[in-house]
Ligand binder design. Structure first.
Ligand code: TXE
Length: 474
């Protein structure tokens, strides 16, 4: 498969003609070539988006909504081939792409297509003096940069609110997982979304991505990816005074108190540790367990982990597929070695599976404290640590002992404690007795080095618009 950039409603090669190979991490075979775009290609896309902006931003919300709903229907129609593309591109289990990735992309378009029909703005009346009303206007071209772990899910989480709010956009998907973005571009055309409203430029982050974040005609950047990359994006965008939303890494605590429902806590912890090979920024990679139940929790978690089936992502019985790339697999295996060097015990897993493809056995590590690198640095793979704690105060101390602050899970039947601990953990989302239960209306984002700004629900529509106050004399 040879895919092109989608610019002004047409598929085109990079101006330089250069390409990048796209590899299926489960088979190590090249499955596509994508354009290795540079600043000239980004410039073409931004020009197309600027041209489309006046008409699109002037299109009534009801019509924008209709077109986005049509696009959602088309994604739903093509759920099966899209899920397969996502699986082949990223290594994730096809069953997960069917259940999670593609349905969420549909939901994202439906959610923002209808949100704009129910949005409102404020008026402030100072009787006898003035009437102020707030306009929320689209800004122009949105630059959208997305990662490889949930490719269509996270790209649609950005494209849907950006264009629903009346902006046009240039999206730069991860060079590791470009295929569903390419298909989305086709479907946007089929849905009747005018040419130039959605543009997709493929290529490397430090070339195409950097050109987008530095472009003078792109007034806002929404980025999801690693924390170090987020810093590079901010360095480029901040001096140009762009609106910036950064959703970055996580090193999320999963805190289990002795009074928790152990069956539920173990079953959900297996998912929050290893879903999508642990390649979700919301995974609970640091598990803290109250000392009195630590040993039994570890025993049950290890048994459940060993029962997971690692293998062919297309096999319906597979729980864990391949990691996204060889480089990423090496990074993950490197951290297992760091854990050994730091004195940790590998309770299970942590080795490469003896077959073609980048498969790693899910790994549980015990015996490490909060200062160890393995508990400080984002591994972003099927590797978790379990550490005992004593009492509520220490659970919070451990949970906060990281520079990240994306999400947390807390397991307890004590309602008062659930509220206290949730309030005390420094992060953007706390799940009590659950994980990854997502209501698209709620604010989403991180504290500390997990990001800046909030998206989700009306927060997304606020990000992709500029508030303007109009003051009329009474
Ligand atoms: O992400 P990058 P990578 C974390 C995770 C992972 C690490 C690196 O820890 O191991 O990040 O993964 C584009 N200017 N997460 O390398 O580099 C890039 O092309 C502009 C967490 O894949 O952050 C891609 O489209 N753009 C995360 C996107 O940024 C640049 C999910 C993300 O890539 C750029 C993925 C630059 N200078 C990885 N450099 C999460 N929190 O969900 C790269 N890009």
């Amino acid at each position: 498969m040879k895919i092109g950039n989608f610019i002004g409603g047409a598929f085109v090669a990079a101006r330089s003609g250069a390409t990048i190979e796209d590899v299926n991490p489960a088979t190590e075979e090249t499955i596509a070539t994508i354009p290795d775009s540079n600043a000239a290609d980004v410039d073409d896309a931004v020009r197309a988006a600027r041209l489309a902006f006046p008409a699109w931003s002037g299109t009534p919300a009801a019509e924008r909504s209709r077109l986005l709903l049509k696009l959602a229907d088309l994604i739903e129609r093509d759920l099966e081939p899209l899920a397969r593309l996502e699986s082949e591109d990223s290594g994730k289990a096809l069953s997960l792409a069917r259940r999670l990735d593609i349905p969420r992309a549909v939901a994202n378009f439906r959610f923002f297509a209808t949100a704009i029909l129910h949005d409102s703005t404020e008026a402030h009346v100072d009787a006898g003096l003035s009437l102020n009303y707030t306009m929320r206007q689209p800004l122009g071209v949105a630059g959208l940069i997305s990662p490889w772990n949930l490719p269509l899910y996270l790209l649609s989480w950005k494209i849907a609110p950006a264009i629903a709010a009346g902006n046009s956009c240039v999206a730069k998907p991860s060079e590791l997982t470009p295929l569903t973005a390419n298909r989305l571009a086709e479907l946007a055309g089929e849905a009747g979304i005018p040419a130039g409203v959605v543009n997709v430029v493929h290529g490397y982050g430090n070339k195409a991505g950097r050109a987008l974040t530095s472009h003078d005609d792109v007034p806002m950047i929404s980025f999801t990816g690693g924390t170090a990359t987020g810093a590079a994006v901010a360095t480029n965008a901040a001096p140009r005074f762009k609106k910036l939303s950064l959703e970055l890494g996580g090193k999320n605590p999963n805190v289990v108190f002795a009074d928790a429902d152990l069956d539920e806590a173990v079953a959900t912890s297996v998912r929050s540790s290893f879903w999508n090979q642990g390649e979700i920024c919301l995974c609970g990679s640091r598990i803290f367990v109250e000392r009195s139940i630590h040993d039994v929790f570890v025993e049950r978690l290890v048994a459940a982990t060993r029962a997971l089936r690692v293998g062919d992502p297309l096999d319906p019985d597979t729980d864990i597929g391949a990691l996204v790339s060889e480089a990423h697999m090496r990074k993950v295996l490197g951290y297992v070695q760091v854990a050994r060097d730091e004195g940790g015990t590998i309770a299970t897993g942590g080795t490469r599976v003896d077959r073609k493809g980048y498969f790693v056995e899910p790994c549980v590590i015990t015996g490490l404290g909060c200062d160890c690198r393995v508990l400080q640095e984002e591994i972003f793979g099927p590797v978790v640590t379990v550490t005992p704690f004593d009492g509520e105060a220490q659970s919070v101390e451990f949970a906060n002992a990281t520079r990240y602050g994306l999400s947390a899970s807390v397991w307890t039947r004590d309602l008062g404690r659930a509220h206290r601990v949730a309030a005390a953990i420094d992060c953007g989302t706390v799940w009590v007795n659950c994980w990854l239960v997502r209501d698209l209306r709620v604010p989403f984002g991180g504290m500390k080095e997990s990001g800046v700004g909030r998206e989700g629900g009306f927060e997304s529509l606020r990000f992709f618009s500029e508030a303007k106050n109009v003051c009329v004399k009474w």
